[in-house]
Design a binder for this molecule. Sequence first.
Ligand SMILES: NC(=O)c1ccc[n+]([C@@H]2O[C@H](COP(=O)([O-])OP(=O)(O)OC[C@H]3O[C@@H](n4cnc5c(N)ncnc54)[C@H](OP(=O)(O)O)[C@@H]3O)[C@@H](O)[C@H]2O)c1
Length: 231
Amino acid sequence: MNSLQNKRILIVGGSSGIGLAVTKQACKAGGKIIIASRNAAEKHDDLVSAVDHDIETYSFDVASEDETATALKKIGDIDHLVITARPDITPAPFVETDLKQAKEAFETKFWGQYQLIQKAQGQISQNGSIVMTTGIAGEKIFKNFSTMAIINSATEAFCRLLAIELAPIRVNVVSPGFVAPKSPEVEKYAQQFPSGRIASPEEVADAYIYLMGNPYTTGISVVIDGGARLM
Ligand SMILES: NC(=O)c1ccc[n+]([C@@H]2O[C@H](COP(=O)([O-])OP(=O)(O)OC[C@H]3O[C@@H](n4cnc5c(N)ncnc54)[C@H](OP(=O)(O)O)[C@@H]3O)[C@@H](O)[C@H]2O)c1
């Protein structure tokens, strides 16, 4: 495994959930962490306390080309780029899906990852990597998850394409199953999985650390779903 010691790692979506868990683990591995999200800079002091480590923070919206370009210029060169920004989407039957909300979800999760990676070219180390986030709804079809199914499966294809076009930079995805928000319905549903429960953010974060560090991984999806896709 390549060491993350002193590596500059930009984690977009690192202020909460899975991204915050990646931040904590990457800090412990000796990385120099930069957290970005729409409100990360405003939460700087709280985030430093949460991770107990000196970090940089930037606020920008990945759905905004201008904000993304401006922030990337300030951030400068990085070794690894991790993207865990989560769109607001309410699961609903396809015929009832709010088209505006579905398009906004694409703007954040699909086009956000797309433009961030495109604009960061020239700033990512040739020995470095990109880790995007998809989700199990892209592989296993769950009723009422049409928007996430399409975004996640498009991102999986995008990852394989980028692994070829951006080499030697490695490009991978992590595909989480059910993590959060916890609800009695989701926890009951998860009892059917081989794992018998939903995941913790920390369990999913392990996969990002592995993908950044393993120099022979590229174009792959690491599924951390407790076996949900098998049901
Ligand atoms: N949680 C699950 O069960 C689950 C399951 C499958 C897949 N996933 C995927 O895993 C990833 C992380 O999910 P999570 O549950 O850990 O999310 P989360 O706790 O809601 O955190 C989302 C992060 O994204 C940032 N963010 C949201 N919109 C943004 C935007 N437009 N621009 C920049 N930053 C933005 C948020 O900060 P600000 O509010 O400050 O912007 C926050 O740091 C997402 O891609 C999600 O689709 C999650």
